[in-house]
Design a protein around this ligand. Structure first.
Ligand SMILES: [Ca+2]
Length: 309
């Protein structure tokens, strides 16, 4: 008989389905960031709401606290500084380094999620449905930038550029902004290939597809409304200034333990503690990349069944 090293992984935490999480209201007033810290330290995270059932369970968790018409933080937030490139949505641009119109971007009425560049070459966020001229870029064209003097909405402009050229013009840096200013002349405002998905993520990292906003919300009224709260008497959501202090909903994920067994073929000496540690580290990094949490990973020894003759 021969000893075989067996790697035992115990995974826990967010492996559980959102529907199996338990919401609870913390009736203490905190800013959104303080509330997030509290939830993360004491349970899992600020509450994520992914369907009607979650909304109902939130209200049930609020119980009688809903009578006064107050609101409480949930985990949804609007990362207004993250802009994406039309040519590759996985690329995020730090737009702080770009040259903006005064007091822009302001996400006016909570509805300005596309960027135009003015005649003088500075940027403003604006309503994506407005028809403007636009700038495509074209991989096959030496000058790269192509001014299109047809007025289209941002997404129509994107489709036009993708159909006839390569995509809407990218803008990653102040140097590129300067470059397009030097190499092209245009009148009025023109769309460029930068946009953002508002209210795209939850504090626990889950993506947002469901929403339950109150009518006319989010409106970013008075600016700086980048955190979502639930009205406790209706369950509808409103956008609020994250620095306001409110009660808040946390969730506690039901922990599920999962035991994985892996078989490896290797010429390395698996009894070498250093090699064991290295492998564990690599596996841990790989698992974290998948968005899972690992509570415990260790090597165990099992006895191999007697080999057949
Ligand atoms: Ca604006």
């Amino acid at each position: 008989m021969e000893d075989v090293m067996l790697l035992i992984l115990i995974l826990s935490g967010f492996l559980s389905l959102p529907s199996s999480s338990e919401f609870y209201l913390v009736n203490e007033r905190r800013t959104w960031a303080e509330a997030q810290r509290h939830c993360r330290e004491n349970s899992s995270d600020l509450a994520s709401v992914h369907h009607d059932g979650d909304s109902r369970r939130l209200l049930m968790a609020a119980g009688r606290s809903g009578d006064s018409g107050r609101s409480a933080w949930i985990g949804l937030f609007d990362e207004s500084t993250v802009w994406k490139l039309s040519e590759d949505a996985s690329l995020e641009v730090n737009t702080d380094s770009l040259d903006w119109m005064k007091e822009q971007p302001n996400n006016f009425a909570g509805s300005q999620h596309c960027l135009y560049i003015t005649q003088t070459g500075i940027l403003n966020d604006f309503f994506c449905s407005t028809p403007f001229h636009f700038i495509c870029y074209d991989d096959r064209n030496a000058s790269r930038y192509v001014l299109v003097e047809v007025k289209l909405s941002w997404s129509e402009a994107q489709a036009y550029c993708r159909g006839r050229h390569t995509d809407l013009m990218s803008l990653r840096s102040r140097e590129e902004q300067e470059d397009v200013r030097r190499s092209l002349k245009w009148a009025g405002n023109v769309w460029v290939g930068l946009y953002r998905d508002p209210w795209a993520s939850w504090s626990d990292g889950s993506a947002s597809s469901f929403s339950d906003w109150k009518a006319t919300q989010p409106d970013n009224q008075g600016r700086d409304r980048q955190c979502a709260a639930v009205l406790l008497h209706t369950g509808k959501w409103v956008d609020e200034n994250c620095r306001e202090e409110k009660p808040f909903f946390c969730f506690k994920a039901e922990t599920k333990l999962k035991r994985l067994k892996m078989t490896m073929r290797t010429v390395a000496d698996m009894n070498d503690v250093e090699i064991q540690q290295q492998l564990l580290q690599q596996l841990r990094a790989h698992i974290l990349l998948k968005g899972l949490k690992v509570s415990r990973m260790f090597w165990g020894k099992i006895q191999k069944k007697e080999e057949e003759k």
